[in-house]
Each structure stands twice: as structure tokens, then as C-alpha cells.
Design a protein around this ligand. Structure first.
Ligand code: 8OG
Length: 153
């Protein structure tokens, strides 16, 4: 299964979300992240993707793991993926636009969930509430509908 990372920068009140400019999820707001390379540690991949996509460097000891989600797509097992989720409130540099993403700050009470992945509204509030996020989402074949989901409470 494809292993991917996702990482959010958080202040006490705001979250940094970046609009994806190209590829899978284009036009949607999300944290920074992507595929873990062969032989790469998952934490290192999270730090690398944040630096590539929004130009900030998270010190490894400040990276906090907040959960793992698995996504299953009906009849499309080749795109099923396991996503390791992180946050950090410490980083070096200011988030800036790259070829892939354009970052913006949102108040944590005003997250653009209508312009994010369908599953995000089920677990981002848990993450912001400092709860561990773990579970599975089952999508229809093109990811436009959640067929069922399970989240540890
Ligand atoms: O390398 P690529 O751009 O395809 O990586 C996809 C990114 O999108 C990666 O950071 C993981 C993330 N992602 C999914 N599915 C979902 C999802 O359902 N919700 C959120 N918030 N992010 C997702 O691949």
C-alpha cells in the first residue's frame, strides 16, 4: 500500500493550510505531505515534504505524530493509501508558495472544510482537540463519496 505523510503547522489559534496547485487533490486545501520514498523513515519524509511544499524546516524533535488513517477506494486497490499525520508548533522560516502548494493561515474555528478532502471534517477537529486520530475511510471508486468509515474514539 502507498504510504504518505501529512503535516500541519499550528499556532495556539491558527492552522496553516496550503492549496494544492497540481495533481491529486488539486484546488483543495490541505497540510503539506506526500509519498514516503523507498528506504526513507516516515518522520523524515514528513519533514522533507513540508520543506519542499511550503518552504519551512521543522526540527525533528518538534515533529509530533497525531495519528494514522487508511484510505480504501472501491475496486481500486492500487490507490489505497496509509497516511501518517503530524503537527508541529515549531518551525524555521515562513510558509511560502512552491510549484505544488500555496499556504494560507486560517483560524482554527474557520477551516475551509468544504474545500478539503471529504474525510477531513471527521478527524481534523479531533486533531485540534489533541486527540489521537486512527481509523479507516472507504471511498467509492473516484473518491467522491465516503461509503463508510471507522475512527477510534
Ligand atoms: O504525493 P501526493 O501529492 O499524491 O500526496 C497526497 C497528499 O494528500 C499527501 O499529503 C496525503 C494527502 N491526502 C491523501 N488523502 C487525504 C485525505 O483524505 N485527507 C487529507 N487531509 N489528506 C489526504 O492522499
Amino acid at each position: 500500500m502507498r504510504i504518505v505523510t501529512l503535516c500541519f503547522l499550528l499556532t495556539g489559534t491558527h492552522i496553516c493550510l496550503a492549496k494544492k496547485k497540481i495533481g491529486f487533490g488539486e484546488g483543495k486545501y490541505n497540510g503539506a505531505g506526500g509519498k514516503v520514498e523507498q528506504g526513507e523513515e516516515i518522520d523524515d519524509a514528513a519533514i522533507r515534504e513540508v520543506e519542499e511544499e511550503i518552504g519551512v524546516r521543522i526540527p525533528k524533535e518538534k515533529l509530533e505524530k497525531v495519528g494514522v488513517l487508511t484510505f480504501y477506494f472501491d475496486k481500486a486497490s492500487d490507490i489505497n493509501q496509509c497516511m501518517h499525520i503530524y503537527k508541529s508548533s515549531v518551525w524555521e522560516g515562513d510558509p511560502c508558495e512552491s510549484d505544488e502548494m500555496c499556504p494560507e493561515w486560517f483560524h482554527q474555528n474557520d477551516i475551509p472544510l468544504d474545500n478539503m478532502w471529504l474525510d477531513d471534517k471527521y478527524w481534523i477537529p479531533k486533531m485540534l482537540n489533541n486527540e489521537w486520530v486512527e481509523g479507516s475511510f472507504y471511498f467509492n471508486v473516484d473518491g467522491s463519496e465516503i461509503l463508510k468509515y471507522e475512527l477510534l474514539s
